[in-house]
Design a protein around this ligand. Sequence first.
Ligand SMILES: NC(=O)C1=CN([C@@H]2O[C@H](COP(=O)(O)OP(=O)(O)OC[C@H]3O[C@@H](n4cnc5c(N)ncnc54)[C@H](O)[C@@H]3O)[C@@H](O)[C@H]2O)C=CC1
Ligand SMILES: C[N+](C)(C)CC(=O)CC(=O)[O-]
Length: 491
Amino acid sequence: MAQVASIIGGGVIGGGWAARFLLSGWDVQVFDPDPEAERKIGEVLANARRSLPGLSDVALPDEGRLSFHSDLAEALKGASWIQESVPERLELKHKVFADIQALCDPAAVIGSSTSGLKPSELQQGVARPEQIVVTHPFNPVYLLPLVELVGSAANTPERMAGAKSTLERLGMFPLHVRKEIDAHIADRLLEAVWREALWLVKDDVATTEEIDEAIRMGFGLRWAQMGLFDTYRVAGGEAGMKHFMAQFGPCLQSPWTKLTDVPEFTDELVDLIAGQSDAQSGHMSIREMERQRDDNLVGILRALKAQGWGAGAVLGAQDARLKAGSDLAGYAEEMVDVSRPIVTVRRAVPLDWTDYNGHMNESRYLQSFCDASDRFMELVGCDADYIASGGSYFTAETHIRHLAEALAGDRIEVRTHLLMGEGKKMHLLHTMYRGEEPVATGEHMLIHVSLETRRPSAPSARIEANMARITAAQAELPRPEGVGRYIGAPR
Ligand SMILES: NC(=O)C1=CN([C@@H]2O[C@H](COP(=O)(O)OP(=O)(O)OC[C@H]3O[C@@H](n4cnc5c(N)ncnc54)[C@H](O)[C@@H]3O)[C@@H](O)[C@H]2O)C=CC1
Ligand SMILES: C[N+](C)(C)CC(=O)CC(=O)[O-]
């Protein structure tokens, strides 16, 4: 049975949490007095569905059930995680916690999305302080892995460990903030940069657009992958951080920054900033900007995943977790039902696989079929150890047919039919499905080779035996439609 998350407050951040839980297979129950909450969450979810599933190279669990409740007790029913995301006002959060604790399971975690309040402040005067922890996420919650996990002396190590493990299973990176402090770690940094930026606009040094260019064309890109200290260590040259500090430390004493002075939010300043911001990007709606942001983030995150670095390493670990729990894990020759086409790929179409036509680019069909061939090779015994011992398959010929369009976020499955597996030859027909609709076929002839001579060679006896077993098991299957087709209108 799916686990249940209760989302209390479904605005920008609550909506993002709802998407993160739902697409990770949890049932989600929302409580928000705003009559527009259902529509707003629906729009956030639409963006999340096209971006989050494709971050993984393995299928996410089936989506959970989403429901909206006007009765708080109903929204809390069965919830093992309760995420509070109401406006940032301490007295409101206290009232909400009192209402929640009167009705919820005392074993459930109550996570607060607060950007700045300390857990000990949130816990003041509540019935069960130990139940409440800060779980501060980053927008968009469904894509960014960071969540600052902050407890107080009232929270036991067991409760903190339990919360951490749940967040990890959601594909997030819980950063344990060891000492509670106003605004945790990340918002302290963000506030400092924001304060400086406001001064630069107020003093007419730069426009909002020029400041954004200064970030996204340079150090913003660096920060996405190495953060502040590793970046500066490298900037110190061969002598590293000590040299960097000796060279640039004195600048901190000179008036490079306005530090903690806050410009007064006069009507004039608000109009100046909002006016420049409208001129900069007012031609796009907020939803359009969200989609552009998501496209960019998915590209960056997937590039980092290929490097196994930073946030990309978190994605890689999540993929490994999802794969380990699926039928596509490891070498399972005896466990797989080979009497029908074998599932060799199950995943969603990533945003960065789509092209100017708004659908999956043709190169990605080949990539998926290549992944399917790799999985099939593994199943017959041509796994990593076998390849390291010097034998492998090369693809000699490929024919792909496109039958329907696959769009970003679509869940696709490749089922593989062994048409012939004898001696050096392995003839495969992969069919890609969305649900039960065939989207494409890929017919491939692979030849077994010696990686030493780079010439065709006989496979191992085990591979031969496995291919014979699968050929026999699939012999009764109807010959798949389209096998042997060449380019041209069917005759
Ligand atoms: N917007 C941001 O960039 C981030 C905000 N946060 C934190 O998340 C929390 C929520 O912020 P946002 O989502 O931005 O605000 P928001 O204004 O978009 O959403 C707040 C939602 O709470 C609902 N609400 C008000 N009273 C309620 C009640 N008694 N019970 C249930 N729902 C109620 C409102 O109808 C609204 O939908 C704040 O604590 C904020 O500091 C955390 C990370 C980033
Ligand atoms: C502006 N903010 C303080 C609400 C921002 C955050 O808390 C985190 C974020 O997503 O930038």
